[in-house]
Design a binder for this molecule. Structure first.
Ligand SMILES: C[S@@+](CC[C@H](N)C(=O)[O-])C[C@H]1O[C@@H](n2cnc3c(N)ncnc32)[C@H](O)[C@@H]1O
Length: 205
């Protein structure tokens, strides 16, 4: 068993590099491998970040967009303001504190689209029951897929976290139906024993 209380090397590196959570390295690795987020030279790139708190993916994306494009983010919890240096007050950023499965959150986010990319790192509070946790994670991933279906531009991409187990094959099949490429990817920054993985859809058809 890993000690989840003690900051590990990834968490310490994240703090040093100005991110509130180690999860930033999962997005960074996916971005480097699949070219999810372009630099500022590509104007008008719009990203939707679901399950965004404490805000590492949000900060990574805003820093990479460097004042161009737009990012909308949502979470049940507020974002940490520790490292944002004013980025969360920029005109190219919108945050809603709410449940991504709720109608009002969905409307607020979709009316700010369409998007080029949907990223979803949302995870349920774990209960200790693997079956329950897996089912809740799958529901959140299906929710993200719903946003991708309704809110992505043609050619757009999706990266979504899901706990392994349960009907992940069905999720991958539905991603395949919406995108020209669908695949699973487990970044190195996922703890060795973690049962989370990411599914990607590239090239919304
Ligand atoms: C692993 S954290 C996300 C970390 C984030 N990507 C980062 O880099 O800082 C998972 C988040 O999912 C959020 N979450 C879980 N269920 C949600 C829901 N139904 N609606 C909105 N957010 C949700 C939790 O509040 C939690 O902040």
């Amino acid at each position: 068993m890993a000690n989840y209380e003690k900051p590990d090397a990834w968490s310490l590196r994240a703090q040093k590099e100005g991110y509130p959570a180690r999860s930033v390295y999962k997005l960074k690795e996916m971005d480097e491998k699949f070219h999810l987020i372009p630099g500022p030279a590509r104007q008008g790139f719009r990203v939707l970040d679901l399950g965004a708190a404490p805000g590492s993916w949000t900060l990574y994306t805003l820093r990479k967009l460097a004042g161009t494009g737009f990012l909308a983010a949502a979470d049940l919890s507020p974002l940490s303001r520790r490292y944002d240096q004013g980025l969360f007050e920029g005109g190219n950023f919108f945050f809603i504190q709410g449940d991504i499965t709720a109608m009002e959150t969905r409307e607020a986010l979709l009316e700010r689209g369409p998007y080029n990319l949907v990223i979803c790192d949302a995870a349920p509070l774990t209960t200790g029951s693997r079956a329950v946790d897996t089912l809740r994670s799958l529901e959140l991933a299906e929710t993200a897929l719903g946003y991708a279906q309704a809110g992505l531009k043609k050619g757009g991409g999706l990266a979504v976290k899901v706990f392994q187990g349960g009907d992940t094959a069905g999720l991958l099949k539905r991603i395949r139906e919406l995108f020209s490429t669908a695949r699973a990817f487990k970044p190195a920054a996922c703890r060795g024993e973690s049962f989370e993985t990411y599914y990607l859809g590239l090239g919304r058809t």
